[in-house]
Design a protein around this ligand. Structure first.
Ligand code: ATP
Ligand code: MG
Ligand code: FE
Length: 359
């Protein structure tokens, strides 16, 4: 099926078009620049930017894919989870298109779409099931068991406080680095911000690994949960203590950034492999904006290889929020001839991962 997908759950306005498992176009406009001075995504600013971007993005996607609206078989749109006001823009636009064309409309789940996107990656081996998905972004940190991309998704673990990307963003701020924090912390860790070019030592400071110390692991309910707020506080305490004693220790920003990054990556990788161990599943898929982190990809690659687990990391532009992922999931749903979502469906900011299609 030829499907157009619309994504507007956060700061990216994405429109993708796929034909079956072939990606035709993936248009993305981001309002990130407008959020930088606030140090985080401001919901109303994001919603207003979506309203401006959505019309041109749909037109551009159709033009790039050389597809006429009437040639489409279905339209898919993210119905949640995400920022309500932002989601409403995409859903309203999708409903308008569906009303004008009579095409079936699928309201779909953003988390499942992060997984489904691998179906349309150029080098995709297809989506192996079952697979363990590690989704890490500014808004979520989740481990999912994917038995089937439409009917069998189970949440194994999530963060009980900050998301991994959020931990990068908040820690960057307290280290005096700009938003978004992920790329800036990585640059600092590489020694690129202090002019030395000497990478920081990831072992310089032993920051806490939330919920993955021995006592927590005796609590099975916590085995796959994450916590990053203690880590952020530990960095704050460390930095404050060393500022107070300035000059005597010569602590490098690169060392602090590298040690923080190591703590986050350590927990993400360890818990993903616990999930493989517990379920006996030997395939892992990485998704979300934090997949851009080089150290995470390296460590996950090493640990998966050592454990005999096959790792898939879609190309980075497909890991961050985009419309292709929505179109990919929409095409999978359409190919199964499932009933479209009722035309009066709304958005759900906290939609759970197993709710793949709004029915
Ligand atoms: P959602 O959570 O709804 O998917 P989002 O906009 O937060 O939305 P993305 O756009 O996928 O998600 O990812 C942005 C997040 O990824 C930010 O928190 C950012 O700091 C983080 N990030 C980006 N690059 C890196 C990196 N190199 N290392 C660590 N984190 C990174
Ligand atoms: Mg984003
Ligand atoms: Fe996302």
């Amino acid at each position: 099926p030829l499907v157009l997908g619309i994504e507007s759950s956060c700061d990216e306005t994405g429109v993708g078009i796929v034909r079956g498992r072939t990606l035709l176009t993936n248009t993305i406009a981001s309002s990130m620049d407008e959020h930088v001075r606030y140090g985080g995504v401001v919901p109303e600013v994001a919603s207003r930017a979506h309203v401006q971007a959505i019309g041109p993005a749909v037109a551009q996607a159709l033009a790039e894919a050389q597809v006429r609206i009437e040639d489409l078989d279905a339209i898919a749109v993210t119905a949640g989870p995400g920022l309500s006001g932002a989601l409403l823009v995409g859903v309203s636009a999708a409903k308008g298109l569906a009303a004008a064309t009579g095409l079936p409309l699928y309201g779909i789940n953003h988390l499942a779409a992060h997984v489904a996107v691998d179906l349309v990656a150029e080098d995709s081996p297809g989506l192996h099931t079952p697979t363990i998905a590690l989704l890490v972004s500014g808004g979520h940190t989740e481990i999912l068991r994917i038995g089937d991309i439409v009917d069998d998704i189970e949440l194994l673990g999530a963060t009980i406080d900050d998301a991994a990307g959020e931990a990068f963003d908040k820690t960057a701020r307290l280290l005096g680095l700009d938003y978004p924090g992920g790329p800036n912390i990585s640059r600092a860790a590489a020694g690129a911000l202090d002019g030395t070019g000497v990478p920081g030592d990831p072992q310089a400071v032993r920051f806490p690994r939330g919920l993955s110390t021995a006592p927590d692991l005796r609590n099975p309910a916590r085995r796959h949960s994450f916590s990053f707020s203690g880590l952020k506080t530990a960095v704050l305490r460390f930095v404050t203590a060393h500022e107070a004693g300035a000059g005597d220790r010569g602590i490098r920003l690169a060392d602090v950034a590298a040690s923080f990054e190591e703590a986050v990556v350590d927990v993400l990788v360890t818990k993903t492999l616990f999930a493989c161990e517990d379920t006996g599943i030997d395939h892992v898929l990485l998704g979300g904006g934090v997949a851009a982190n080089t150290r995470l990809r390296e460590r996950l690659t090493e640990r998966c290889a050592a454990a005999g687990v096959t790792l898939r990391v879609p190309p980075l532009r497909l890991c961050t929020d985009n419309g292709a992922m929505v179109a990919a999931l929409g095409a999978e749903i359409a190919s199964r001839s499932l009933a479209p979502s009722p035309f009066d469906f709304g958005v759900t900011s906290s939609l759970e991962a197993h709710d793949v299609l709004i029915a």
